[in-house]
Design a protein around this ligand. Structure first.
Ligand SMILES: NC(=O)c1ccc[n+]([C@@H]2O[C@H](COP(=O)([O-])OP(=O)(O)OC[C@H]3O[C@@H](n4cnc5c(N)ncnc54)[C@H](O)[C@@H]3O)[C@@H](O)[C@H]2O)c1
Ligand SMILES: [Zn+2]
Length: 370
């Protein structure tokens, strides 16, 4: 490994014992500039016995050499996995563990996860379990991973046909954000991340509701900061962290339904549908200003513009059945994050079954009319 960092680059966060993924403004600045990132990363890299870079087959050709060079670890060992959610499983984790073992990685080895949420979830899980945990760094390359998946300490894999069934809470040492990665990201994936970015607008800061395809870059760091602050208050999701699931109760049900129908929706697309339903319920249940819902209808068309959705009334029954089996439900009663106003979310809300259905019908009608 060739590391050219100066030895005086010991990051103050290490000395103060603050977690490295406690992304404060100074670090955020450094993250968007390669030079700054090199400086901040110096001590992590120089303390590592070996460096491994995990990425997927789509990201590797664009960014693997660049990033290895950028971080001054050209001789890091690459682990390139197949792309896609269907590979976020135990087999892939085993492959990663085997590569680590083959190269005699010890407890001071470092794993750099370069990719979207699949790579950061998988890599975080593999690292946090190998030899009871080695350090890892997330370098998210999708908008969704930059504003959400790479931050907050949840790692995991899909198992037994269900998403994120096995996982750990483990913090990345550092999350390096560089919007340049998004230049090669397909628009549909960008829109998926935009949906999660807009989510923060509803739950925390209305400015983020302005995010669109032209200006999203300026909202990446504020969105990440909101997630970081919420997670810091409630790392294990016993209370306020649940607001990050705004739009997700319906969203997961749409996702599961579409997966079963062989017309998979991207996560952010499902969340966009879910947010529309949650806003509708918020108007009914908490008197949320109806204009908030009407304004979102326009954004919904954009967020779904690259998706191939053709719902009919009959789909509502199926989505509803997934909804009552949502893991956040107690018994058969789904629970929702709703809004009293923009920036005033309420969690664990139970809603009359008839309204749950009406909200779903509202969304399906909107999508049909697109
Ligand atoms: N841990 C968390 O808190 C958390 C939060 C939200 C989502 N997630 C997880 O994140 C995953 C979804 O993440 P995602 O949307 O980033 O999906 P992803 O990782 O599958 O990436 C989407 C696609 O884009 C490709 N790609 C990635 N970066 C690229 C780039 N710069 N240029 C070209 N192609 C690129 C990938 O190869 C893939 O095909 C899900 O598994 C979800 O469960 C985790
Ligand atoms: Zn999400």
């Amino acid at each position: 490994m060739n590391i050219n960092q100066a030895s005086d680059s010991i990051d103050t966060r290490l000395r103060t014992g603050q977690p490295w993924n406690d992304i404060h403004s100074e670090a955020l600045e450094s993250m968007s500039s390669p030079r700054g990132a090199q400086r901040g990363m110096g001590s992590i890299l120089s303390n590592a016995s070996q460096v491994f870079i995990l990425t997927d087959e789509n990201v590797a050709p664009f960014w693997l050499p660049e990033v290895a060079h950028w971080l001054h670890c050209d001789s890091a060992i690459d682990i390139v996995i197949k792309a896609g959610e269907q590979h976020k499983n135990l087999q892939t984790v085993q492959r990663i563990w085997k590569v680590l073992m083959k190269h005699h990685a010890d407890r001071n080895a470092l794993l750099i996860n370069l990719g979207g949420g699949v790579v950061t979830d998988l890599g975080g899980f593999a690292a946090s379990t190998y030899k009871r945990g080695i350090k890892f760094i997330n370098v998210p390359t999708t908008l969704l991973a930059m504003v959400d998946a790479a931050i907050g300490g949840k790692t995991g894999i899909d198992f037994g046909g269900a998403k994120n069934q096995i996982g750990t809470f483990a913090d990345a040492e550092e999350v390096l954000i560089n919007p340049d990665f998004l230049k090669t990201l397909p628009t549909r994936e960008l829109l998926s991340g935009l949906s999660e970015t807009i989510k923060y607008g509803f739950i925390a800061d209305s400015k983020l509701l302005q995010a669109d395809l032209e200006n999203y870059e300026q909202y990446i760091l504020p969105a990440g900061e909101i997630k970081r602050e919420i997670v810091a208050q409630d790392p294990y999701e016993t209370g306020i962290r649940k607001i990050l699931n705004f739009g997700h109760t319906y969203g997961h049900a749409f996702e599961s339904h579409c997966l079963a129908m062989d017309c998979p929706l991207l996560h952010g697309e499902a969340v966009a549908l879910g947010m529309a339903a949650a806003l509708w319920l918020s108007v009914k249940q908490f008197g949320l200003n109806k204009n908030t819902l009407l304004d979102f209808e326009k954004q919904l068309s954009l967020l779904l513009s690259e998706a191939e959705i053709a719902f009919s009334e009959s789909d509502a029954d199926s989505v509803l059945s997934y909804l009552v089996h949502d893991k956040k439900s107690k018994g058969d009663q789904p629970r929702f994050v709703l809004l009293k106003a923009i920036g005033e979310p309420v969690w664990d809300v139970e809603v009359e079954p008839s309204l749950v259905r009406e909200a779903l019908d509202y969304v399906i009608t909107k999508v049909q009319k697109r």
